[in-house]
Design a protein around this ligand. Sequence first.
Ligand SMILES: [Zn+2]
Length: 125
Amino acid sequence: MAKLKTVVKKCLQCGKALKGRADKQFCDIGCKNEYHNADLAEGEKIYKRVLKILRNNRKVLKETLGEKTSIDIALEKLIAKGFDNDYLTHSKQRSGNKVYYFSFDYGYRDEGNGMVKIVKAFDWT
Ligand SMILES: [Zn+2]
């Protein structure tokens, strides 16, 4: 008679064989906590990396706009200052208008020919 293969479940954190309940995933609370903390830390790294880009985008837009209410500038000039137009916090479109792309409270819209118009958020509602 063929011997039944026993599936040895291993701890998701340390890899040690698990004994006890079939649905057990970790050897103890220590391994469970380590596992979940590592998972959280991974998320934090991503948040920090993206937030750094978004904060810099806001800084570039804010400094470029200065005291003006709007300014037209070549997108390339913003990129040269470190602006990353792949990242934005949200977009907004007023009826019949072009879409504005924001980094928090500062945004821009495409004006064509490589030009953009920078504005400070008109409202937050
Ligand atoms: Zn373990």
